[in-house]
Design a protein around this ligand. Structure first.
Ligand code: NI
Length: 260
């Protein structure tokens, strides 16, 4: 099979890759995964993501994840913008809201303010956004509509409703599909994937988390994104080659810097 895949979301700075990052990239290439977007989740990991773009296959996104939410200082903002202008930094991410892990009202407010601030930063940098939304669907959509005008982006590891997905597709947003599609408790996700316009789907691993079946429970890595593609093909009645082809086109349309 000559299909080429892009893993549009992985966390390769994770210590679980400290000993074998180059081998991980080689295994990915052997599986046809020739480009990988590594996602920062703090200032420290964003710096690592930028450094890792020295690997030809690696691209990056810089940003602060809601679980690490703090008020965005002017220094942090300036640093993120400087990184965002580098040729292989394709997006601002991973940003968004997480109400699953955060129950405190004040810290949820900090998340919302940081999310809005990073949407504005992405607009200034001329970059799309990669969004994390866990049990915060209403606020995520509202902030995107109020603060995200003109931005392109993806709702990564999509976990919202079909109705919300339809709204996002209308807004021109993509949804990212990961290992959970392959799980028995995938619930409504297969219906959403079946209905998705083919120009609105991205495949991703979220490595080292969420390994797809048949590797569930193991450390996830970019090579395994082919299992997500295979499941999408099965659910939609398409060939894996077709899925590889249009999800790669989608990744490059959303992240034009993948051509750098
Ligand atoms: Ni992630």
């Amino acid at each position: 099979m000559n299909a080429v895949f892009v893993d549009t979301h992985a966390h390769l700075y994770d210590e679980r890759f400290a000993d074998d990052l180059s081998e991980t990239i080689v295994r990915a290439a052997a599986a046809g995964v020739t480009r990988i977007v590594s996602m920062g989740d703090s200032m420290e990991t964003s710096a690592q993501v930028v450094a890792d773009t020295g690997y030809p296959a690696l691209y990056g996104a810089v940003g602060i994840h809601p679980e690490n939410a703090v008020p965005l200082t002017r220094e942090m903002r300036t640093q993120l913008l400087t990184w965002a202008r580098r040729p292989k930094i394709v997006a601002v991410g991973e940003i968004g809201l997480d109400y699953y892990w955060e129950k405190d009202a004040d810290r949820r407010l900090t998340q919302r303010e940081l999310f809005a601030a990073q949407l504005h930063l992405a607009r200034e940098a001329g970059l799309p956004v990669c969004i994390h939304d866990r049990e915060a669907h209403g606020d995520t959509l509202r902030i995107l509509q109020e603060e995200g005008q003109g931005l392109a982006g993806v709702l990564h590891c999509y976990s919202g409703s079909l109705e919300m997905a339809r709204e996002l597709w209308k807004m021109g947003f993509y949804i990212g599909i990961d290992g959970p599609l392959t799980y028995k408790n995938a619930a409504k996700l297969p219906d959403i994937v079946r209905e998705a316009p083919r120009d609105r789907l991205l495949i991703e691993t979220d490595s080292p988390y969420l390994a797809p079946v048949p590797l569930r429970g193991k450390r996830n890595e970019p090579a395994y994104v082919v299992h997500v593609a295979a499941k999408i093909a099965e659910v939609r009645g398409e060939s894996v080659e077709e899925v590889a082809c249009y999800t790669t086109e989608n990744a490059i349309r959303l992240y034009p810097k993948l051509n750098n």
